[in-house]
Design a protein around this ligand. Structure first.
Ligand code: SF4
Length: 63
């Protein structure tokens, strides 16, 4: 299966500038998982802009 980067970018909600992982969801998830975090697309628009990808922020947003 070929990388679906271009298709994935149509749905990517990450506003962090210059990240080479944008659209490469497997690398994005791996990166944040290793940091104990979640990718941008798990957060609402305002929370995403904070660039705080912590699980604590996710729980706070969704409780
Ligand atoms: S969520 Fe993180 S790794 Fe994924 S594209 Fe945005 S800044 Fe890059």
């Amino acid at each position: 299966m070929e990388c679906q980067k271009e298709k994935n970018l149509e749905n990517c909600t990450c506003s962090y500038p210059g990240c080479s992982r944008k659209g490469v969801c497997c690398e994005c998830i791996k990166h944040h998982r290793e940091a104990g975090e979640l990718p941008a697309c798990f957060f609402g628009k305002e929370a995403e802009k904070s660039y705080d990808r912590s699980i604590g922020r996710f729980v706070a947003e969704n409780s």
